[in-house]
Design a binder for this molecule. Structure first.
Ligand code: HMG
Ligand code: MG
Length: 298
């Protein structure tokens, strides 16, 4: 059955803004995050401690985090690609990080300059040190359904890599459809295979991009299988600079509209969120692709 409550893992400031052509000023990012928290979102992925040569859009991570006032009950997880990233995150007083791996060789190379095995060698000491320091670690797995260079991704391969990622000590695994090609039947098959391998919905989250307009249908399929953490981005911002043809994430507003209809709790004020997405769209000079934002925007 469907969960009674869903935790929304808001990735707009990270997955969204990492993909902008221009660098968004740090004060705009800080205001964006404040507005999202005001709207009731409690998990706000804020930025990444990655190489500024690879992702110049997020080179201001330290400065951004220093501007955020701690808020009761609000978490600001950050992405970390290596030990250097972890050091930066610890120096910035972070308590929640996410590592990110790929199910495919091509994307492990393009996104991390590594291999599927190599990324585990790199992440093992990162997670061990983070856990030692009392930091909570989420694991992302990219290309769980399709890869722009390798095509369809085999379910068994995704299950194998998922097990390895959780075995490092991640409290949760977020299954990424990085390029937005998945369809609901595939989601059901993958969640079924993960369940058979002992990985139940309680340790999973879903992360859908909306390239082919399937993100919301895919999310419903995952909710029906008991998943209760969903990644989305305000206004549908997003993409991945190292994944060809990836567009924005599932829009948080589209998700909320569906959750409201299903009577599933989420704790977010939809009106305040739509206003925020309209505001950031103005800053970026482009309207939000979210259907719900367009329908509700005044
Ligand atoms: P590399 O070039 O192999 O690493 O990149 P390197 O060790 O040779 O370092 C290159 C330069 O970066 C060096 O500087 C390092 O010091 C520096 P130089 O000596 O040339 O002046 N450097 C760093 N600087 C700051 N912080 C660091 C850091 N590490 C190295 N942490 C590396 C390897 C992992 C660094 C690189 O590939 C990288 O940063 N990749 C990140 C890519 C990224 O952020 N992608 C987007 C996030 S993933 C995503 O969006 C998918 C997701 O949404 C889920 C889904 O949709 O599927 C999560
Ligand atoms: Mg993503």
């Amino acid at each position: 059955g469907l969960p009674g409550r869903v935790t929304i893992w808001e990735v707009g400031a990270r997955d969204g803004l990492q993909n902008e052509q221009t660098v968004v000023p740090v004060e705009v990012k800080a205001e964006f995050l404040d507005r999202l928290a005001d709207a009731g979102l409690t998990v706000l992925e804020a930025t990444s401690f990655v190489s500024p040569k690879w992702v110049p859009q997020l080179a201001d991570a330290e400065e951004l985090l220093a501007r955020l006032k701690p808020r009761e009950g609000v978490k600001y997880p950050v992405l970390v690609p290596n030990e250097r990233g972890l050091e930066r995150a610890l120096a910035a007083g972070r308590t929640d990080i996410a590592i990110f791996a790929s199910a495919t060789e091509t994307f492990a190379h393009r996104n991390l300059n590594s291999t599927v095995d190599g990324q585990f060698e790199r992440f093992e000491p990162v997670v061990a040190r983070a856990l030692d320091a009392g930091v909570r670690v989420r694991g992302y797995l990219s290309m769980c359904f399709g890869d722009p260079w390798e095509g369809a991704v085999d379910v068994d391969r995704v299950v194998r890599v998922s097990k390895r990622l959780l075995a490092l000590g991640c409290f949760q695994l977020s299954l990424g459809d990085t390029i937005g090609v998945a369809t609901p039947g595939q989601v059901e098959r993958l969640l079924g295979a993960l369940g058979d391998a002992g990985i139940g919905p309680g340790s999973l989250a879903v992360h859908f991009h909306d390239t082919y307009g399937q993100a919301l249908s895919n999310t419903l399929a995952a909710l029906r299988q008991g998943v209760s953490t969903v990644d989305s981005s305000a206004g549908g911002l997003g993409g991945c600079p190292y994944a060809e043809s990836a567009t924005g994430n599932l829009a948080t507003e589209d998700l909320i509209w569906m959750l409201d209809g299903l009577g599933i709790e989420h704790g977010v004020d939809l009106g305040a969120l739509v206003e925020t997405s309209v505001w950031i769209a103005g800053r970026l000079g482009r309207p939000s692709p979210s259907r719900v934002v367009r329908a509700l925007a005044k």
